[in-house]
Design a binder for this molecule. Structure first.
Ligand SMILES: [Zn+2]
Length: 82
């Protein structure tokens, strides 16, 4: 097990996408959640409101804005170049 870059040991959380600092207690801070959804629903374009079962929280965080950009198909780093 390598203990490099544990986000919990870092002095302040970093955004997964832009690398910027963020406040883990802020109401709009996003945390990565993984889980399971029904295959036919997850694969469809209308998977936005699909129920996710057996959710697991990951130690990955992001800005609300960065996640919204990802949903629009724009990488935050890419937008910075525009
Ligand atoms: Zn960000």
């Amino acid at each position: 097990m390598t203990a490099t870059k544990s986000s919990l040991d870092a002095p302040g959380y970093r955004c997964f996408y832009c690398g910027g600092a963020l406040d883990p207690d802020a109401v709009d801070t996003m945390q990565r959640v993984v889980g399971w959804g029904r295959k036919h629903a997850v694969g469809s374009r209308r998977a936005v409101s699909t129920n996710i079962e057996a959710r697991e929280l990951r130690n990955e965080f992001a800005h609300d804005n960065c996640v919204r950009r990802i949903k629009r198909g724009i990488a935050p780093a890419q937008e910075a170049l525009l």
